[in-house]
Design a protein around this ligand. Structure first.
Ligand code: SAH
Length: 221
């Protein structure tokens, strides 16, 4: 396995400057992203591209979001250390690691078994203590609710109401909603009723779709 090196740290510093240039100014997000070795969440042959502002392929036809998107969603989340955060779409585990590095208690759900297995092991090896679950993010994690924050890292057709019900009143959900491209929403829950939330929009993004049901993949079928 490739390790972290001065070369990678140098690339990471340049990435942080790029994020600042793009308007990211939350120092907690920036220092977390300075500390997490993104290249270790990718296949070795993509090592040299790990700190460019690009979404890159991971297994099962999925992608790791580009650094500016990870930073933007993390900043919109407006979370404090020790908060309980539900992430839907573990993927490579990179966003999970960034939230852990920010001091949050992270519960992350992935529907594809192969990605779940790899991310869980990788996060453990790198000492990011997230709780990883194989499951359908549309159902959330009722047994661990309520959450202070929810971050969805795949494109949802609509706001998943089961997940909304697992958010604390006053809590925030950051979620891309739409079809081929999605609008980034920041949803603040204002009460326990199904209509009790406020939405703000933050421009268009392109995520892989949020799909229903588990996928055990070819490997385990
Ligand atoms: N946060 C990830 C981004 C991965 S891409 C990272 O930093 O790498 C989005 C992921 O969401 C994919 O791995 C996809 O399999 C997963 N996904 C899609 N629909 C889902 C669902 N309903 N529940 C859980 N995960 C889902």
């Amino acid at each position: 396995m490739v390790k972290d090196s001065f070369k990678h740290q140098g690339w990471r510093s340049q990435m942080i400057q790029m994020l600042r240039d793009k308007g990211i100014d939350d120092e907690d997000v920036l220092s977390a992203m300075r500390s997490v070795p993104r290249h270790l969440f990718l296949e070795t042959m993509l090592d040299y591209m790990a700190y460019e502002d690009k979404a890159l392929p991971i297994k099962c036809g999925q992608t790791i979001s580009q650094p500016s998107t990870v930073a933007f969603q993390s900043q919109l989340l407006d979370a404090k250390p020790e908060m309980k955060v539900l992430e839907v779409g573990t993927g490579s585990g990179y966003q999970t690691a960034v939230l852990c590095a920010m001091g949050m208690k992270v519960f992350t759900v992935e529907r594809q078994k192969e990605l779940f297995d790899i991310a869980k092991e990788r996060l453990m090896e790198l000492n990011y203590y997230a709780k990883c679950f194989l499951g359908d993010g549309y159902a959330g994690l009722p047994e661990y609710a309520p959450f202070d924050r929810v971050i969805i890292t795949c494109g949802a057709r609509e706001i998943p109401m089961d997940v909304m019900s697992q958010l604390k009143v006053g809590g925030v959900m950051v979620i891309p909603v739409g079809g081929k491209s999605q609008e980034m929403l920041r949803v603040v829950k204002t009460g326990e009723g199904p209509e009790d939330f406020l939405k703000q929009t933050f421009g268009d993004f392109k995520f892989v779709p949020m799909l229903e049901k588990l996928d055990y993949g070819k490997v385990n079928r």
